[in-house]
Design a protein around this ligand. Structure first.
Ligand code: FMN
Length: 199
């Protein structure tokens, strides 16, 4: 049994002209330097799910045919980093839709949140997302990152790493990854034990 976690980075903006790509790319560049897990970016533009309208809840195991590939991708992951914009103090509808299509595939797995937005760096969206992740039996970790897209506002991913805000982002990133991987590694054998006991 491999204990090297597989982490899915779910990028939650599909808006035309979206600005969050700089945040997702910044994150993936950093993750590419790491050997402690495998990291895969999922752009929800490429998942193209319909609006959730299933007569049966995924809680009971029903997955819409259009979501089967998405379900398999999430099932294979040991942890997640959600990269979300803040729209009207919430996270994106497209991300909520992608989450709602599944249930058991999320369970007993940790999730980190990288939010971005204006002056509040998307923190309000991140707090909202945490509540939903708990309902899915996930483990939203405490350590998180919030990035501002407002020019000359901090913390911004363009901040020099030796500036106070750049150092803050570095610490946030390192702390988030340590905690995410602690949970991802810890929960792999626990889920395996559950799987074996159901066979
Ligand atoms: C519909 C909408 C609502 C927004 N609401 C907020 C908000 O509540 N707080 C905030 O900081 N920024 C808000 N913004 C600004 C976004 O954070 C900014 O446009 C950001 O670039 C969105 O991410 P995206 O370009 O990757 O979609 C909003 C933008 C849109 C389009």
């Amino acid at each position: 049994m491999s204990t090297n976690p597989h982490i899915l980075v779910v990028f939650g903006s599909t808006r035309q002209g979206r600005r969050g790509e700089v945040v997702a790319n910044w994150l993936m560049d950093r993750l590419a330097l790491r050997t402690d897990a495998t990291y895969e970016l999922v752009d929800l533009r490429d998942v193209s799910l319909p609006f959730f309208d299933s007569p049966d809840s995924p809680v009971y195991g029903h997955i819409a045919p259009e979501a089967e590939q998405w379900a398999a991708q999430v099932e294979q992951a040991d942890g997640f980093i959600f990269v979300t914009p803040e729209y009207n103090h919430g996270y994106s509808a497209v991300l909520k839709n992608a989450i709602d299509h599944l249930y058991s595939q999320w369970a007993h797995k940790p999730a980190a949140i990288v939010s971005y937005g204006g002056f509040a760096a998307g923190y309000r969206a991140a707090e909202q997302l945490r509540q939903v992740l708990i309902e899915l039996k996930m483990v939203p970790i405490r350590e998180q990152m919030g990035v501002s897209l407002v020019p000359n506002w901090v913390p911004s991913i363009s901040d020099a790493s030796d500036s106070p805000s750049g150092a803050f982002l570095n610490r946030s990133f390192n702390g988030m990854m340590t905690e995410l991987l602690w949970w991802a590694t810890t929960l792999i054998p626990a889920r395996e034990r559950d799987r074996l006991s159901q066979d």
